[in-house]
Design a protein around this ligand. Structure first.
Ligand code: FAD
Ligand code: NAD
Length: 475
């Protein structure tokens, strides 16, 4: 007799495992299937985010930033060290340990919440049946009242720069390099290009980034992108905009890249080339032909605002559906879907999803950019405050960057907050809460902020929107 569950989730990344836990918290019987296999052959829950994305990249960003500070900034603080040297193996061991701890933790959470974690392949069949093939066994049919598809995404491969995992590599390979490449090339100056470029540049690589678009960080507010571009240049990241790569060739351990920009055709040589030109929804082997699930023109599972597919009782969440490919967006969709299945009212506020780029300085934003507000035709005001005027930032010796607040001129509603500067990824949470609660600029202006703190810069930027900044000359 086949096993049956109230909910079967396929995929245990941040979208799927969170959906599974929340569904179990509602008292439902839940199974969550995943087949993720790490380079060492071990299977693990946690998906891209925990195994090859958010967590290992932040571990490497932190280690490389500390190395950079020790070699470049300690002196300013009056700290004299002997020669500082690098142990890449120890750095990678720390990264792997953090990943192991967190992915293992999901197993513990599954146990505590009575989620059945199943290691293997899941395939949706017609009639809400799921074929589960364990990594070391025969297929089994699971009956499900509800199915949540959370199969995630994989890197986009360029036809003229195919991954060979040795010289032309993806972000996962680039996170696990065992030595610092002398010359590192990156195609794509997006989030991954900038984060991984920062890691290896701090550790000593000469990093060149080739970006097809003419605008740097096209999705960010222009003022913020301009500050960030200057900072990255100072840090030695050589970013070529408007660079269209047309060919690559690997010979004798060297990757030759041919690209064209306004000045014509050029070639560059690298020891490693990271291709980071976006990710695509992953549904290979997920859907039986008669499953009834439809994909859009970009291969994403088609869902409505509530993440419901065309098939009643089948939902899809996270990177495999429309919207930004961010872990927290997927997790919130997982929570929403589990709550809806339990009969509760639930929604995701897609207008208030924060974005963070974990470079130094960090870049973070929520809501609309100034260009978007301008295009909407709504009258608006802006206020900004530089970290150079923040006592806390000065004490930290991290004064680059600013906070920018954009608010409606008619009813004072806050429409967007954009930060480039120290701890921007933490500071943005206050702005997310403000936008979620439809706060006015005055609400933020009247909120007490601890002194001295970086958060005072957010407060002052809100004050500046009405020319009321107290620690900076209003313009
Ligand atoms: P995934 O995490 O991709 O998980 C999908 C899971 O489904 C996988 O484990 C896969 O094995 C499993 N699966 C797929 N098909 C099947 C099947 N048929 N049967 C069984 N299992 C299956 N986002 C952030 O918000 N912050 C960050 O700082 C951040 N940093 C990143 C850094 C890098 C280098 C990368 C690559 C991504 C980063 N992201 C970040 C993006 C983030 O990792 C994704 O948005 C997130 O992992 C998506 O979650 P998901 O659950 O939808 O999919
Ligand atoms: P991305 O979409 O952020 O950036 C890809 C970049 O590559 C873009 O600037 C694009 O113009 C450029 N590009 C595309 N084709 C190109 C070509 N042929 N030649 C040169 N440039 C080209 O994608 P990504 O950096 O690969 O990241 C993938 C996803 O992972 C993103 O959606 C992102 O949200 C997520 N991610 C998030 C974080 C974070 O939240 N901190 C970190 C890493 C990844």
């Amino acid at each position: 007799m086949s096993r049956s569950f109230d909910v079967v989730v396929i995929g245990a990344g941040p979208a799927g495992y969170i959906a599974a836990i929340r569904a179990a918290q509602h008292g439902m019987t839940v199974a969550c299937i995943d087949k993720w296999q790490n380079f060492d052959g071990s299977y693990a829950f946690g998906g891209t985010c925990l195994n090859a994305g958010c967590i290992p990249s932040k571990a490497m960003l932190e280690s490389s930033e500390l190395y950079h500070r020790a070699t470049h900034e300690f002196k300013k603080h009056g700290i004299v060290t002997g020669e500082v040297s690098l142990d890449v193996a120890a750095m990678q061991k720390r990264r792997a340990g953090i990943v192991r701890q967190l992915t293992g933790g999901i197993g513990g959470l599954f146990k505590a919440n009575k989620v059945e974690g199943l290691v293997g392949h899941g395939k949706l069949l017609a009639g809400k049946k799921v074929e589960f093939t364990p990594v070391d066994g025969d297929p089994e049919i699971l009956e499900a009242k509800n199915v949540v598809l959370a199969s995630g995404s994989v890197p986009i491969e360029l036809p003229f720069a195919k991954f060979d995992r040795e010289h032309i590599i993806d972000s996962w390979d680039a996170l696990e390099l065992d030595a610092v490449p002398e010359r590192l090339g990156i195609i794509g100056a997006g989030v991954i290009g900038l984060e991984l470029g920062s890691v290896w540049a701090r550790l000593g690589s000469t990093v060149t980034v080739l970006e097809a678009m003419d605008d740097f960080l096209a999705m960010a507010d222009r003022d913020i992108a301009n500050v960030a571009a200057k900072d990255f240049k100072k840090q030695g990241l050589d970013i070529h905009l408007g660079a269209k790569v047309s060919a690559t060739n690997v010979d004798n351990g060297t990757v030759t890249v041919t690209y064209t920009d306004k000045a014509g055709e050029k070639t560059l040589e690298f020891d490693k080339l990271v291709v980071a030109v976006g990710r695509r929804s992953f549904t290979d082997g997920l859907l039986a032909e008669d499953s009834g699930i439809a994909l859009d023109e970009r291969g994403r599972i088609i869902v409505d605002e509530e993440c419901h597919t065309h098939v009643s009782g089948v939902y899809a969440v996270g990177d495999c559906v429309r919207g930004v490919m961010l872990a927290h967006k997927g997790s919130e969709e997982g929570v929403m879907v589990a709550d809806l299945i339990a009969g509760e009212i639930a929604e995701v506020n897609y207008d208030v999803v924060p974005s963070v780029i974990y470079t130094a300085p960090e870049i973070a934003w929520v809501g609309k950019t100034e260009a978007e507000v301008k295009a909407s035709g709504r009258p608006y005001k802006t206020g900004s405050f530089p970290f150079a005027a923040s006592g806390r930032a000065k004490a930290m010796e991290q004064t680059s960057g600013m906070v920018k607040v954009i608010s409606a001129a008619d009813d004072d509603e806050m429409l967007g907050v954009h930060i480039v500067g120290p701890m921007a990824g933490e500071l943005i949470s206050e702005a997310v809460l403000a936008l979620e609660f439809s706060a006015s600029t005055e609400d933020l202006q009247r909120t007490i902020h601890a002194h001295p703190s970086l958060a005072e810069a957010v407060h002052e930027a809100a004050l500046a929107a009405d020319k009321k900044a107290l620690n900076y000359i209003n313009r």
